[in-house]
Design a protein around this ligand. Sequence first.
Ligand code: AMP
Ligand code: MG
Length: 436
Amino acid sequence: MLVRHVRSRKAAVRMAAFLPPESAFTVDFFFMKNSAFLCDVVVVECADEYSIAKRMRKLKYFFRIIMVAAAALCCSCGNGESGARDSAAVLENGSSEESEYGGTGRQEIGANRYVDTAMGTVIQQTVYASEETAADFYVKSMALLKELEEERLSWRLETSEVWRINGTAGNEEGCGISEETAGVLRDCVELYERSDGAFDVTLGALTRLWNIDKWAAGGLDDGEADGFRLPSSADVEHALKLCGSDKIRLAAAGLGEGEPRVFLPEGMGLDLGAVGKGLAQSGLQGLLEAEEGVAGAVISLGGSILTFGDKPDGSPWKVGIVNPFDTSSNVGTLSLKGQWCVSTSGDYERYVEKDGVRYHHILDPHTGYPAVSDVRGVTILAKNGTLSDGLSTACFLLGPERGMELAEEYEVEVLFVMSDGQIVMSEGMETYFTEF
Ligand code: AMP
Ligand code: MG
């Protein structure tokens, strides 16, 4: 049993933004095992005037933060055997990396910060509102994300719609689904058609064969990475036959009664991983709109960013776009005002390296293998989260020429970081993007 040790003070310092200002701390290292993140050595010092009770409360808070920090650290460890990395991050002043969700941000008046985990990723929120309103929103938002994962999206949990749909593949009577899920599937099938089959949410058989969700858990440690099994071409061929959004059949609800139904052929499995965070962004957006008293908010879901409203000082939200060649830095920032969804797909986000070959998590539905592309990362800027998330995956596969056309059709902005380091973007994106 081997555990992987990760060292990064920078990431730990970033997380310090979430600590009470009086806390001083050092973090020696974290380790990760089977996606449970454990903190190995932590030393905390609080200012003297703090009572023991307050200190204990802060320690509890601190340890919670550290658990999440460990997740973030593991996610940011892109140089090892395998890894997962957030693709965009909220910058507090947009000029330096060390400001990323930290440093100066703490002094913002009315900024309520929360960090937690949901949907297998780190959720960071800054909500400009009264403490009470922000806390209320935070609780509701975490419940929404939990529900989205457990009741709708997870293909592993028996409680979810996707699990039920996959379980009824091949049944003549299909599976009754919610209007929301029917709407998502319709949008996904449309994107499949408009992306010439590049974007395909029926790749369940393939993503399971490649074991992609294991990579998503923050990377495999050395021992497990050694256990990574390259699927045989026969297995890939076989799984490929069980994929194809053109084989899904959707039936609308009957007039005034019943529910929509979906019919999958036997052996087919849905994997909504490419739109999961986008759906979460859309859900949170609705929640923010309904919550009275939130002036502005910025929420990062493992690198997918949702901005809402305004900062009290009127300055724009700064969203950094990760440099795929050095994931501890950014290629530039987006300056955004009001409500936006930013999604990025890249070959550095989840991958396994084996015998010098990098296998990443975006599969080409035409071959069944990780897409071979001149693109390292694609960022989409859109008003709608699901669209933004789906299109970032689709455009990664399509490349800049065709991807740009698709983005234009959907009226969103797109930015490509190419494998030669070049940045290619839509005209509209130039308004928001500043290159470092
Ligand atoms: P994203 O990080 O949003 O680009 O989504 C990638 C995730 O979507 C992967 O981890 C898979 O679960 C799934 N996926 C992989 N390839 C595709 C594809 N070609 N179309 C749709 N979903 C995909
Ligand atoms: Mg996506």
